[in-house]
Design a protein around this ligand. Structure first.
Ligand code: C2E
Ligand code: MG
Ligand code: MG
Ligand code: MG
Length: 292
């Protein structure tokens, strides 16, 4: 202990293995209860048109508000929920909540808006996803095209044959499918020919690198060119600077998402964004953005 460590030596509190295990067990049991305790909520991040700045889509991003742990971000619990085998009901809740919210936005007059939802591996490969999706669309009187499902490359590549089959089933519902974090996984380009997807989301690490003198610019240019050739929509994520914006527009990127436009927003903040931050406002406030 600190006393026996002697003068001049600092000893820091080191949680024992037992403490760590108890901590983890507590976190897991809190996560198990989060759904019934209604501790999850969704934030929405706009994806805007690179040509006119209109909000085309809002990506739903899950948050967990816990009385002790505070606001917990998805990177800390989605993977865990997957290993615990409880991602399916959480994912189904996300689909329903996002569809309910979109129906509200449609009713407010934003009738062309769509919503994007992230899927985890188990959701795509194992659960009764088609039923969840089609029921949610029916319940909220939405069309397939109103909903986009984002799947990461690594999820698709875990079992490509099965992924193709599953995406095909989802495509029959008319929903849009997109490959998230494109460029970071190990997908063979050949799969792009056979995966029934509508769009690619260029990973933010490449976008980040665009104006920093790295190879990001070339990678973005190549990915955008590839998407165009394959007739896929291309979305850039993590757009933070006006330089990135200018380059992405120049390269012909279709949609832009990132802190430059908006961080993930609570529903109230998203309402305000939709009502006030449409193109005339943005163009007037930032003429140098060249968004006309
Ligand atoms: P993602 O789908 O790639 O989502 C984009 C992430 O980048 C979000 O982090 C967003 O806040 C962040 N981001 C957006 N613009 C910028 C930017 O300009 N700069 C920087 N530095 N970051 C930006 P978030 O919300 O923490 O989500 C992290 C990941 O968690 C998501 O990555 C997604 O893979 C996963 N996730 C989020 N919600 C869900 C969900 O409902 N279900 C599943 N299965 N996964 C989810
Ligand atoms: Mg995503
Ligand atoms: Mg992404
Ligand atoms: Mg990402």
């Amino acid at each position: 202990d600190a006393k026996s460590a002697g003068i001049g030596k600092l000893r820091f509190y080191q949680p024992s293995l037992k403490d760590k295990m108890q901590e983890r067990i507590a976190f897991e049991s809190a996560l198990k209860e989060a759904l019934t305790k209604q501790e999850f909520f969704l934030c929405y991040q706009p994806q805007v048109s690179a040509s006119n700045g209109n909000t085309i889509c809002l990506e739903a991003l899950i948050r967990w508000q816990h009385p002790q742990y505070g606001l917990v971000m998805p990177d800390r619990f989605i993977q865990l929920a997957e290993t615990m085998g409880i991602i399916a009901p959480i994912g189904a809740w996300v689909i329903n909540a996002a569809c309910a919210q979109l129906a509200r936005w449609h009713a407010m007059g934003f009738s062309d808006l769509r919503v994007a939802v992230n899927l985890s591996a188990q959701q795509l490969l194992v659960s009764e996803l088609e039923q969840t999706v089609s029921e949610a669309l029916q319940t909220y009187h939405l069309e397939g095209k109103d909903l986009e499902l984002e799947i990461t490359e690594s999820v698709l590549m875990q079992d490509p044959e099965r992924a193709i089959e599953r995406l095909g089933a989802l495509q029959k519902l008319g929903v849009r499918l997109s490959i998230d974090d494109f460029g970071t996984g190990y997908s063979s380009l050949g799969y792009l020919r056979v995966l029934p997807v509508n769009s690619l989301k260029l990973d933010r690490s490449f976008v980040w690198d665009m104006d920093k003198g790295g190879k990001g610019l070339e990678i973005c240019a190549t990915a955008i060119g590839l998407a165009k050739k394959l007739d896929l929509e291309i979305v850039a994520e993590g757009v933070e600077t006006k330089e990135q914006l200018a380059q992405l527009r120049h390269l012909g990127c279709d949609l832009l998402q990132g802190y430059l436009f908006a961080k993930p927003l609570t529903v109230d903040a998203a309402d305000t964004f939709l009502e006030n931050v449409h193109m005339p406002w943005l163009a007037a406030a930032h003429p140098d953005l060249g968004l006309h």
